[in-house]
Design a protein around this ligand. Structure first.
Ligand SMILES: Nc1ncnc2c1ncn2[C@@H]1O[C@H](COP(=O)(O)OP(=O)(O)OP(=O)(O)O)[C@@H](O)[C@H]1O
Ligand SMILES: [Mg+2]
Length: 149
């Protein structure tokens, strides 16, 4: 796969998280990320796609190769037309879901509040961009380690 490719995954139902993870894993492998990093990026893609569907009413995930100086990286930009994340600092905390910390009696099938935490751990940069033109954007980037001199 050429490293200047980009790809858009439409996230409109729960199954699209699988497409997102497959696409991102393939990109990451083609760029030379080690297997564990490929898996972590695939999970991050699935979680962003899941959130766009579950909390944002549907959206898109744009996957892009990044080049900065001699470095290569991967960008996952997920945007939806929902209201956005009210409190990003709280949202990345494990166990925080739909505006509160979950307790032992909360139903697990509505989410564990662990998706964004997994995204944050998988990437080097995680940005919750201010809503623009009615779109809410989360941007995640991971860079390949610099080759040793
Ligand atoms: N795209 C989004 N739009 C609006 N709110 C969001 C979005 N993504 C996340 N959130 C808010 O941040 C909270 C935490 O997200 P996170 O992905 O960590 O957990 P979850 O989706 O609730 O559960 P899980 O991902 O474990 O299934 C969500 O419950 C939701 O309130
Ligand atoms: Mg989630």
């Amino acid at each position: 796969m050429p490293d200047d490719q980009s790809r858009r995954v439409v996230c409109s139902d729960a199954r699209d998280r699988l497409v997102a993870s497959i696409v991102v894993r393939a990109f990451a492998r083609s760029l030379g990320f080690p297997p564990r990093a490929c898996l972590e990026l695939a999970i991050a893609a699935a979680e962003l796609a899941s959130n766009a569907v579950r909390h944002g009413g549907g959206g898109v995930l744009d996957v892009r190769v990044l080049r900065h100086d001699a470095r290569l990286g991967l960008e996952l930009e997920c945007s939806d037309e929902g209201t956005g994340i009210a409190d990003p600092d709280a949202a990345v905390r494990d166990g925080w879901s739909r505006g509160r910390t979950l307790g032992p009696d909360d139903p697990w099938h509505e989410g564990l509040g662990r998706g964004l935490g997994a995204v944050a751990r998988a990437v080097d940069e995680l940005v919750f961009a201010p809503a623009r033109e009615g779109r809410h954007v989360v941007r995640a980037r991971r860079w390949l380690p610099r080759p040793r001199a």
